[in-house]
Design a protein around this ligand. Structure first.
Ligand code: NAD
Length: 324
């Protein structure tokens, strides 16, 4: 049985498990799940040494927080709990509120659903949907103020395009950055933009979606996946190639991301004990270098193909139109 390994989350000093539990599947973001099995997955993860749990009011439109809160009853002191504020739905026009007033209300709502009186890492959810000025001058100061109330220990930002995350982290004080789908077998552009900054400023770097939101699995991407079809199709081909070598692409994908020297925790979405088990087995295991080289060569034509997310002024350079 592989032993969990821990890293320090930047200047927070928190010792976090290298695999973090992504709770968005508890909110059925990837389809209907069995809630009892979801709860068992949470308990099993804790038993096996996972101590970092990431959720958001947005996941399942509050369902994931409610389910995680129930699962963590009696376990709160064993885990580092991260949630978010500012995003509540999908659409730019209606799904977001980054005002200080909403942030202060949001934290109380999350505390109630999570059945706790403090959040370890409180993050602005998908800053690319906000106005730069508001995030810097209103949202982040409100979040930082919450530290004084004891409701929040550390403050972070999350998002998809890497440049806006860098700009915000350079302009204001943040403890953590969560970047998703930008460091895995399909895309490594997090390293070009965020990793050097995180290292220099001792910001805790969190890498989410190591399976590229299921592109890098045998099951394949969900219908709603925003990547261009050629990326999703390449995932299918790469999964079949790995299968022909007797390897599950999810294992290779996890082994690959876990070699990263700066990322403190990698968040993988889970709602089944069998996935917790499978993912834990990749800790401390280096990918087979030959297979890795072959898969990266296969994927190369679509490597680092990013899609547009958020407000147009926040798109990463070269990002292509989103699919859905
Ligand atoms: P992911 O790449 O982790 O993929 C999750 C999907 O893969 C789920 O359907 C899960 O059931 C499945 N899966 C997990 N392990 C598997 C295995 N071994 N084999 C086959 N399938 C497996 O994508 P994600 O869930 O979007 O990202 C992980 C977590 O990161 C999220 O749950 C969330 O907590 C966080 N996240 C945050 C943001 C943000 O803050 N903006 C964005 C994306 C993700």
């Amino acid at each position: 049985m592989s032993e969990m390994m821990y890293r320090v989350l930047g200047k927070t000093g928190l010792k976090v498990s290298m695999i973090g539990f992504g709770a968005s599947p508890l909110g059925q973001e990837f389809g209907v799940i069995d809630p009892a099995e979801g709860k068992r997955a949470v308990h099993y993860a804790i038993e096996r040494g996972i101590n970092y749990f990431d959720v958001a009011p947005y996941y399942g439109r509050t369902l994931a927080e409610t389910r995680l809160g129930e699962a963590l009853l009696g376990y709160r002191d064993k885990v580092i709990l991260a949630t978010k504020a500012g995003r509540y739905d999908k659409e730019l026009a209606t799904g977001f509120d980054f005002s200080a007033q909403r942030i202060l209300k949001s934290v109380d709502e999350s505390l109630a659903r999570l059945q706790t009186d403090y959040i370890d890492v409180f993050q602005i959810h998908d800053i690319e949907f906000g106005l730069h000025e508001q995030i810097i001058n209103e949202t982040l100061p409100a979040m930082q103020q919450l530290k004084q109330t004891g409701k929040v220990r550390f403050v972070g930002i999350t998002g998809y395009p890497v440049y806006p995350l860098k700009e915000i982290a350079k302009a204001a004080e943040v403890d953590t950055i969560l970047s998703y789908c930008r460091y895995n077998l399909m895309d490594t552009s997090m390293d070009d933009v965020l990793t050097p900054l995180a290292r220099e400023q001792e910001i805790g770097l969190i890498n989410a979606s190591p399976l590229h939101m299921r592109v890098l699995t045998t099951q394949g991407a969900p219908e709603w996946h925003p990547a261009p079809r050629r990326v999703v199709e390449m995932g299918r081909q790469a999964a079949a190639f790995c299968r022909s070598r007797g390897v599950d692409i999810a294992d290779l994908a996890m082994q690959f991301v876990l070699q990263h020297p700066v990322v403190a925790t990698t968040l993988v979405g889970m709602s089944k004990t069998k996935h917790v088990d499978q993912n834990l087995k990749t800790v401390g295991v280096a990918p087979d270098p030959e297979l890795l080289a072959e898969v990266l060569a296969l994927i190369k034509p679509v490597a680092n193909v990013a899609w547009q997310e958020g407000r147009p002024e926040n798109y990463d350079p070269g990002a292509v139109e989103k699919q859905s």
